[in-house]
Design a protein around this ligand. Structure first.
Ligand SMILES: *Cc1c(COP(=O)(O)O)cnc(C)c1O
Length: 376
């Protein structure tokens, strides 16, 4: 099962099973424990995961839910229900995020305002946030894209100065640190996705909201369970967005290995960074104030399709994150006419190379050698 692949065999873009058989056994045992408990929705595994994940993030509260998209909707709806936001308020969001960030904002009844990223870091810089402010701007959504920490002291002080709420989309950077803090603890609330490919991934869909506010946490708990605060009482119109025991049991086990996995991702990434030919591809610069936990290893080249074809012919899988920017999608017609050249260039030139914790250094060397042989 774990035989090293010969160098000419396929090197898939991702592998969602841990290489260590001990770890696989621990994961299967955790899931069996939940299966045998006879309790499947919002039980002791979910309670324990919420406590452990809150502690891990350094946030006072965590509430499990069904997906990352739901987590975005839940945290924003809770802010609306608590009077912190009003319907239609503008939320500044990086224009180059995954579309789910924008969909969550729209579905909560708020107005997403896409902000151009800095092409060097792929992150939304404070100066662009400042430029996008209007009298209706009420919040900033940080997106820790590709595993890069999007928080900065400058954005935090700008938010305070302009009385903006700070939210985080932490689908791609679980466990990422800046100073003594982790993603999920920088803003008023953060949305987390545990989709299988994420740094902390389930065996299906799962998500969570972390928040520093006990009121917001209570409202998210109500909203994720139809809007019910106690048996038979429905003060709010919520959704069914509950986390199940099987996923929570698996996530508890995987959380124990998250720092080690992120460390392995960073080691493999630093091998790419030391050996890739800068004349052929570029990549996002390290953010000055936070870590990169390398959810992905994106590179940029104007000849992206040629590189992807060349690697495929060498048995190496790649993916594009993401082929079309959110404002160009039929799902978001109100953003259709925006002119966002930096975002469009990033989307037109991005290619993600294989990077996951069960890869070997030799796999990275093989990708780098294949790129060395590539002539665009
Ligand atoms: C994956 C992802 C989401 C959505 O998470 P789901 O669990 O798939 O709903 C939201 N935002 C970003 C940035 C993502 O990468």
């Amino acid at each position: 099962m774990n035989m090293p692949l010969p160098d000419h065999g396929p090197l898939p873009f991702n592998n969602l099973l841990p290489a260590d058989p001990e770890r696989r056994r621990a994961e299967e045992e955790a899931v069996l424990r939940a299966v045998r408990s006879g309790c499947y929705i919002l039980g002791p595994e979910v309670d324990a995961f919420e406590k452990e994940y809150a502690l891990f993030c350094g946030s006072p509260h965590a509430v499990g839910c069904a997906s990352g998209l739901d987590a975005i909707w839940l945290m924003l709806r809770a802010a609306l229900e608590n009077g912190l936001l009003r319907p239609g308020d503008e939320v500044l969001v990086p224009a180059n995020t995954y579309i789910a960030t924008m969909l969550g904002i729209v579905q909560a009844g708020l107005t997403p305002v896409p902000v151009e990223p800095d092409p060097a870091t792929c992150l939304m810089p404070a100066v662009n946030i400042e430029r996008a402010l209007t009298p209706r701007t009420r919040a900033v959504m940080l997106v820790h894209l590709f595993g890069l920490c999007a928080w900065s002291a400058e954005i935090e002080s700008l938010s305070l100065r302009h009385n903006l709420l700070l939210f985080e989309d932490n689908a791609q950077a679980h466990g990422c640190r800046a100073g003594g803090s982790r993603t999920g603890s920088f803003g008023l609330a953060a949305a987390h996705s545990f989709y299988p490919t994420k740094n902390l991934g389930a065996w299906g869909d799962a998500g969570a909201v972390t928040t520093s506010s006990p009121e917001l946490a209570a409202t998210v708990r109500t909203l994720r369970n139809y809007g019910s605060d106690s048996k038979g009482s429905f003060p709010l119109a919520g959704r069914n967005s509950r986390l199940d025991e099987i996923q929570a049991a698996l996530l508890r086990t995987r959380l124990r290995f998250l720092d080690a996995d992120n460390c392995r991702r960073r080691e493999l990434a630093s091998l790419y960074l030391r050996t890739l030919d800068t004349r052929k591809v570029t990549w996002p610069l390290q953010p000055p104030e936070g870590q990169n936990v390398f959810h992905l290893f994106p590179v940029f080249t104007p000849h992206r399709d040629s590189l992807s074809r060349h690697l495929r012919l060498n048995g190496i899988g790649t993916q594009i994150h993401y082929p079309v920017a959110p404002h160009r999608q039929g799902a978001l017609p109100s953003l259709r006419n925006l002119n966002l050249p930096v975002t469009e260039r990033l989307h037109a030139t991005e290619l993600s190379l294989p990077l996951h914790p069960s890869m070997r250094s030799a796999d990275v060397e093989r990708v780098v050698a294949a790129i060395d042989r590539w002539n665009p």
